[in-house]
Design a protein around this ligand. Structure first.
Ligand code: SF4
Length: 300
């Protein structure tokens, strides 16, 4: 096997694969924010993995110079959890669209909040299924009419950040693809967080969504960190109820003003790996307890 050559501080996390997203797509900025975050962290490229589902967002791992997998529709999260549990030392990034994660993958999205296994979920929110010609995604508001659908949407929308909070994610943030520095900073904080993180990234799809455009978002987003009293960190059970309620109310704020930034960060709920080892202390010990069975069957 070829040994990875890694020069600390100078590794290029963007590979030379040509990106084929549409011009003006918010996905470009997300790739930049991810590579900036990994570079700033001086991340060992052998310690980070990118897993995606199906959709335009699913191509993200193709453009990163790290290990990755482009998996099944809606199944990126369980695949990523498998990677994390096989090697808890890995930093596992999950990339998926609103359609992928809140449509067919909604059950997995919710289950991961309860599990809190320590993965970082980046949910690209552009309100449409871009890869399949712009059908209404689960984040499209009731009554919204974009150019790719013949009539206004007759379904209500899911708010990804509010759903992540309700599901139990211990780090929840909302970002905007054009605010690359803020997004990159949020990704670093999420990678340093012990439990599972969900970062909703608002991004334009200029090809199919002519309502939620770059300018539409620019006029509305405001940064939570500009409010000096904003403190999303929960470090004791006493402060959780108040900070959770404030985070939920802020996540539900949508319209003329849309808040972006870290909504909630709970530092006291133990991740799944710690819960496992509290019951089975040798759970992640190598070689595993069933090593003899593996040897016998040629799995090692
Ligand atoms: Fe981006 Fe939309 Fe084009 Fe997909 S269809 S690459 S989301 S602009």
């Amino acid at each position: 096997m070829q040994k990875t050559v890694y020069n600390k501080g100078s590794y290029n996390f963007r590979n030379n694969v040509t990106i084929d997203w549409c011009p003006g797509c918010g996905d470009f900025a997300i790739v930049t924010a991810v590579t900036q975050a990994l570079s700033k962290m001086d991340m060992d490229p052998t310690k980070v993995v990118a897993i995606s589902g199906i959709g335009c967002s699913g191509k993200t791992p193709h453009y990163l110079n790290i290990a990755g997998a482009h998996t099944l529709h809606g199944r990126a999260i369980p695949y990523a959890v498998g990677v994390k549990l096989a090697n808890p030392d890995l930093n596992v990034l999950v990339m998926g669209g609103d359609g992928d994660m809140l449509g067919i993958g909604a059950g997995h999205f919710v289950a991961e909040g309860r599990r809190n296994s320590g993965i970082v979920v980046l949910l690209y929110n552009n309100a449409v299924y871009g890869l399949t010609k712009g059908q209404a995604a689960p984040t499209m508001p009731l009554g919204e009419k974009v150019k790719s659908i013949p009539r206004p949407s007759i379904l209500g929308k899911i708010n990804p950040s509010a759903l992540a909070l309700a599901s139990g994610y211990t780090f929840v943030a909302r970002a905007f693809s054009s605010e690359i520095a803020q997004l990159s900073d949020i990704i670093i904080k999420a990678l340093n967080h012990k439990g599972s993180s969900m970062i909703e990234v608002l991004q334009p799809c200029p090809t199919y969504n002519d309502v939620n455009t770059l300018d539409w978002y620019r006029k509305r987003v405001y940064k939570l960190e500009n409010d000096k009293s904003w403190d999303p960190e929960v470090n004791s059970a006493d402060e959780d109820e108040e900070k959770f309620s404030r985070a939920y109310e802020t996540a539900m704020t949508w319209g003329d003003k849309i808040p972006i930034g870290i909504l909630y960060k709970n530092n006291i709920i133990p991740p799944f790996t710690e819960r496992l080892t509290s019951i089975v202390p040798d759970y992640f010990k190598y070689p595993p307890a069933n090593q003899d069975i593996c040897d016998k069957n040629g799995y090692t």
